[in-house]
Every structure is written in structure tokens, then in C-alpha cells.
Design a protein around this ligand. Structure first.
Ligand SMILES: Nc1nc2c(ncn2[C@@H]2O[C@H](COP(=O)(O)OP(=O)(O)O)[C@@H](O)[C@H]2O)c(=O)[nH]1
Ligand SMILES: [Mg+2]
Length: 367
């Protein structure tokens, strides 16, 4: 049997064999171990220092985030309160808007109408027929300008105007169209008033409606004069000075003439003077008699704006009265057409009761 003897050449065995110091206390072994331990300790301490720093940074960040969150929370609370308050305002505003929307605005537009003609021709009788056809009082002669308004047409425009209390709310507009009648005295020496009123009324109407409208002239004649001859009163009233004065203002557009309505009043007297003649022939008789007198007007306004009609306005014979509503319709036609449209204007006239336009056919168009 063979006994195996360890190989004494192994360094460790050799070491142990060669010294009295135990092998685990030898310098060769301790040095690296201590080095490793010191290294590990250093690494440990360094790493711990780094972690501490990181930790405190994280803590600072966490603190910051928390205060930001608190701030955001309180802002959210404030914003919620504000939203609540605004909702209340919104509810109130919606209610107010509805009430404003249901309300309406009233607008009045007046067509100026100037009644012209010598004394006793029937100017005041015409106004009385427009206002109170049942009134049979004897009229006093008109010594000064009398002005009054007569309603002619009302209509409603939906969503037409911003409400004065809130421009975002559109409200209905109830429009009242009227004629504003100026009943002048028939004396020629008081005629300067006519041009003055025509100028101020043209200006007012254009400003109010923002349309190129003008005044309506109603020129009245005593139809009986077609049989008896034109009276000196009529000739004196419609004199050259009167026309040239007006013409100056028409040319420089201070006066706009919307319509010229020629009225042959007291037609009952003409019928009595020329019995057996149809009205149509009598109208032609009037045109032949009076047209030369008002001829200068034809050169002041477009002939399309000229029309003529017959009237009987005697309050003693109310049953026979005729034509007052035709004159009113013709006077209002321009304003109603411009503001409410041609269909509304057509409704102003009962079937077949419009003025004729025979005089206009005798003249060239002027603009
Ligand atoms: N026969 C008749 N008389 C009338 C007619 N129109 C008015 N008159 C009368 O004529 C007179 C003068 O009328 P008025 O209206 O005061 O005329 P104005 O001076 O132009 O205002 C009054 O007595 C009226 O009754 C009519 O168509 N026929
Ligand atoms: Mg009068």
C-alpha cells in the first residue's frame, strides 16, 4: 500500500511550512484583503453620501410639488366658485335677454305733405276729412300754418333692431307710417313759409329715414273754374315768384319733391255747371284749364311723380264726399313703398280708386 504525501512545493503549504506565522496572518494575504475592505468601505461611504444628497433633493422636490398642488387646489376652489357665480349671472342674462327679445321698439316716420292753393279752395276741408270725416262744423279760415299727423300704415319688422339696453338682442320694430300735413294759409304774401317748411321737412325726413325721400306737394284747384275761367285768386297764388323761389331750392337739392298731387276740388260744382258730361271729360277739362298754371312744377320733379285726382269735400254734403282717401293714399305712397315695400303701398288703395296720370303724359321725363 502506497501512502500519498502532500506536495510541499505548493506556495501556501510552502509558506506554512516555511514560517512560524499562521498562513492567514501572512502579509501577502492581509494586504489585499485590507485594501479590499477599505475600498469597499470607501465605496459604501461615498455611495451613502450620494444617496443622502439625492434623497434631500427628492425631498425638496416633493415639498415643492406638494406646495404647488396645494396652490393648484386653492386656485381650483376659487375657479369653481367663480364658475358658480358666472352660471348665476348667465341664467339671469338669458332671462333678461328673453324679456328684451319679447319687447319691441316703436318707430314713427312722417311723410311731410304741404297743402297749397288759394283761400277757400278746400285745403282745411281735406285735412278735416282725413282726421274726422264726420265733422260738419263750419271751418274758420286758416290764418296761420296748421300742422297735424294722420296715420296711414302700420307694420312689424321681426328681429329688426338692436335693443337699446343690449345691442346683442334683436327686437321687433313696430313701424307707424304717417303723413304730417301742413295746412298753409292761402294768402300769397304768406307763401315764404312754404319753401321754409319744404326745406326743413326734406332735411328731417332724409335724416330720419336715411332715404332719398322728399315732401309731397298737394296743389288744390277749384274745379268750378274749369267752367267759369281761372280766378284772379288762383293766378295770384300760383305766381312766378313762388315757383322760382321753390325751384332754386329744388335745383340745389335742399327741397326734394316726392310727389305732386294735383287736386280738382269742388268737382260737384263743376258737374253742376257742365251737366251731362262724364267725369272723364270733366277731368280733361280741368287738366286743360289748370295745367298751364302749375306747368313750372313739371320741370321741378320727374313727371312719373305727378298725378291728378278729383275731390268733393264739402261738409254740407258729406254723403257726396269723394276722393279724400285717394289723395291721402297718393301722398303716403312714396313713404310706404320705400319703408314697407310696393305690396303694402298697393294695399293703400281700394280697387280702382287711384289718381290718374294724364298730365304727366304731356311732359318729358326730368330727373
Ligand atoms: N261745394 C263744395 N264746397 C266745398 C268743397 N270743399 C270745400 N268746400 C267749401 O269751401 C269752403 C272753404 O273750404 P276750406 O276747407 O276752408 O278752404 P281753405 O281756405 O282752402 O282751407 C268751405 O265752406 C267748404 O265747405 C267741395 O268739394 N264742394
Ligand atoms: Mg284753410
Amino acid at each position: 500500500m502506497t501512502i500519498h504525501v502532500p506536495d510541499v512545493t505548493h506556495p501556501l503549504l510552502n509558506l506554512a511550512a516555511s514560517s512560524s506565522t499562521p498562513w492567514y496572518l501572512s502579509n501577502e494575504l492581509i494586504g489585499p484583503v485590507v485594501g479590499a475592505l477599505v475600498g469597499a468601505a470607501l465605496t459604501f461611504f461615498l455611495a451613502r453620501g450620494g444617496l443622502n444628497r439625492e434623497n434631500s433633493l427628492l425631498k425638496t422636490r416633493a415639498d415643492n410639488l406638494q406646495s404647488e398642488r396645494d396652490k393648484a387646489r386653492s386656485e381650483l376652489r376659487a375657479a369653481r366658485a367663480e364658475v358658480g357665480a358666472l352660471r348665476k349671472v348667465e341664467t339671469k342674462y338669458t332671462e333678461v335677454k328673453k324679456i328684451l327679445g319679447d319687447s319691441s321698439v316703436v318707430k314713427d316716420y312722417d311723410q311731410p305733405v304741404l297743402l297749397l292753393g288759394p283761400r277757400n279752395v278746400g285745403k282745411t276741408s281735406l285735412v278735416t276729412q282725413w282726421h274726422a270725416p264726420w265733422n260738419s262744423d263750419t271751418l274758420e279760415s286758416t290764418r296761420r300754418l296748421l300742422t297735424s299727423t294722420v296715420p296711414v300704415f302700420d307694420y312689424t319688422q321681426p328681429d329688426a333692431a338692436p335693443h337699446f339696453a343690449d345691442a346683442d338682442v334683436l327686437t321687433k320694430v313696430h313701424v307707424h307710417l304717417k303723413v304730417k300735413v301742413h295746412d298753409f294759409p292761402g294768402e300769397p304774401h304768406l307763401q315764404h313759409e312754404v319753401a321754409k317748411v319744404a326745406r326743413s321737412e326734406t332735411k328731417r325726413l332724409r335724416e330720419e329715414t336715411r332715404k332719398a325721400l322728399g315732401v309731397v306737394l298737394v296743389c288744390m284747384f277749384d274745379a268750378e273754374e274749369a267752367a267759369t275761367g281761372v280766378s284772379s285768386e288762383t293766378k295770384r297764388y300760383y305766381n312766378g315768384e313762388f315757383f322760382s323761389h321753390l325751384r332754386g331750392f329744388v335745383i340745389n337739392e335742399a327741397i326734394g319733391i316726392e310727389r305732386l298731387v294735383v287736386v280738382f276740388n269742388k268737382f260737384d260744382l263743376l258737374r253742376a255747371k257742365m251737366p251731362g258730361q262724364p267725369d272723364d271729360a270733366l277731368i280733361n277739362e280741368c287738366i286743360t284749364t289748370f295745367d298751364p298754371i302749375i306747368e313750372p312744377f313739371h320741370y321741378m320733379c320727374n313727371s312719373e311723380r305727378v298725378c291728378e285726382t278729383i275731390t268733393v269735400l264739402d261738409r254740407d254734403k258729406l254723403r257726396l264726399s269723394q276722393g279724400a282717401s285717394v289723395v291721402l293714399g297718393e301722398a303716403a305712397r312714396g313713404l310706404v313703398t320705400t319703408m314697407a315695400g310696393p305690396t303694402s303701398a298697393a294695399g293703400l288703395f281700394p280697387e280702382g280708386s287711384q289718381a290718374t296720370r294724364r298730365m304727366a303724359a304731356r311732359y318729358p321725363r326730368v330727373s
